[in-house]
Design a binder for this molecule. Structure first.
Ligand code: SF4
Length: 379
């Protein structure tokens, strides 16, 4: 009985915790660097693995609450038929894959999916559209702006991945309430042309700059298992860690080979490489959220726990990634419970909350009495 009461007390205390409260551990000593030399990052990456994880786990604890993992849900709002030639992607129209092209979905099913995600403890809702850019998609863009505004109105962090953006498009997304924009660099500058030829690394960087300049949080990471070398993984981390601001989010994907794509026969990336990459990214970018993305369902629970120990602090959860399987909420919440992990609140990451600025402050003061506004942690 006492144990049950104590447990309820803890849960209540958690649910009453201040929105976007800073981690309890001191962050004042954190050194955020943007001048990494490639050799320094390579030396970190080459550290014996357990030593590397010990070091990254220490950096993680100094800069983040290690008991928190953000649950995010991704919805494909426009599938397939993409003109780009990303050699890993089932949505490229250049490859004969099982993915069929469809039109942009209506607004209501998206809002329904976002509500369900929130009810299940996800605090970030991402929407992905398979196309090169928004050119000639005026009506579709207006629809997406409405989706963004509505999902943000639910008190969730809202993210989109819509291909290349102009500064004006980024500005309009920000106005609609967009929290974050995903635009992965995928791999190193050197290896990139072996994966994609229809747009350049600099095109990617231009969109990331437009997003950052609009005051939107940047989500940019990579895919492991493309056939890249250790140096390419280091090259990717070197690129993002030396940006003027570290991306607020660094997704780490493990390739899920899709029949019909040029990479269908690639060997799976080893869990050691995955952990090594996460740990290196954590040390180079101490406060960035490191998001375990596609391919997580191929890891067993202990392997996932090692990723969390190394510094990963977000997962995609729900029914499906863009076109690959995903772990469902109930399984993820049960797993997190076994390892003593809790879901992150929306806007708990300080750098993301800062970019929301006055809007978030106004929401907090007007709705602080409404427990509905704060998405409940997964526990
Ligand atoms: S990754 Fe995106 S841009 Fe590349 S082919 Fe797939 S949908 Fe198109």
């Amino acid at each position: 009985m006492f144990r049950a009461l104590a447990l309820r007390h803890c849960q209540l205390a958690r649910s009453l915790a201040t929105h976007a409260a800073p981690p309890t551990r001191s962050t004042s000593q954190a050194t955020i660097r943007h001048d990494w030399k490639k050799e320094e990052i390579q030396a970190i990456y080459d550290t014996p693995l357990l030593e590397l994880v010990f070091r990254s786990a220490s950096v993680h604890r100094e800069n983040n609450d290690p008991s928190k993992v953000q649950l995010c849900t991704l919805m494909n709002i426009k599938t397939g038929g993409c003109s780009e030639d990303c050699s890993y992607c089932s949505q490229s129209s250049r490859y004969a894959t099982p993915t069929k092209a469809s039109k942009l979905v209506d607004i209501e099913p998206v809002l329904e999916a976002a509500r369900k995600a929130k009810e299940n403890g996800s605090t970030r809702f991402c929407m992905g559209a398979a196309w090169r850019d928004l050119a000639g998609r005026k009506r579709g863009f207006e629809k997406i702006l409405e989706m963004v505004s509505e999902v943000r109105g639910m008190g969730m962090e809202v993210c989109t991945t819509l291909g290349m953006l102009s500064p004006e498009q980024a500005r309009r997304l920000k106005e609609a309430g967009l929290t974050a924009y995903n635009h992965n660099l995928d791999t190193s500058r050197e290896f990139y042309p072996k994966v994609i030829t229809t747009r350049s690394y600099d095109d990617r960087l231009d969109t990331i700059t437009a997003v950052r300049d609009a005051g939107i949080s940047v989500c940019s990471g990579g895919i492991l298992g493309l056939g890249e070398s250790h140096e390419d993984r280091v090259g990717l981390i070197h690129e993002v860690a030396n940006m003027p601001e570290h991306p607020e989010s660094f997704p780490v994907n493990a390739l899920v080979p899709i029949p019909g794509t040029p990479l269908e026969g690639n060997d799976p990336v080893s869990v050691h490489i995955l952990i090594r990459t996460i740990a290196t990214a954590r040390i180079a970018m101490p406060k960035t959220i490191i998001r375990l993305a596609a391919g997580r369902n191929t890891l067993n629970e202990t392997e996932q726990a090692m990723c969390f120990m190394a510094g990963a602090n977000a997962v995609f959860t729900g029914e499906q990634m863009l076109t690959t399987p995903c772990s469902p909420w109930d399984e993820d919440k049960a797993m997190m419970g076994r390892w003593g992990l809790d879901g992150m609140r929306s806007f708990e990451q300080v750098s993301v909350a800062k970019k929301e600025g006055a809007r978030l402050e106004a929401e907090q003061s007007s709705k602080s009495s409404s427990p509905d506004f704060l998405t409940a942690p997964a526990s």
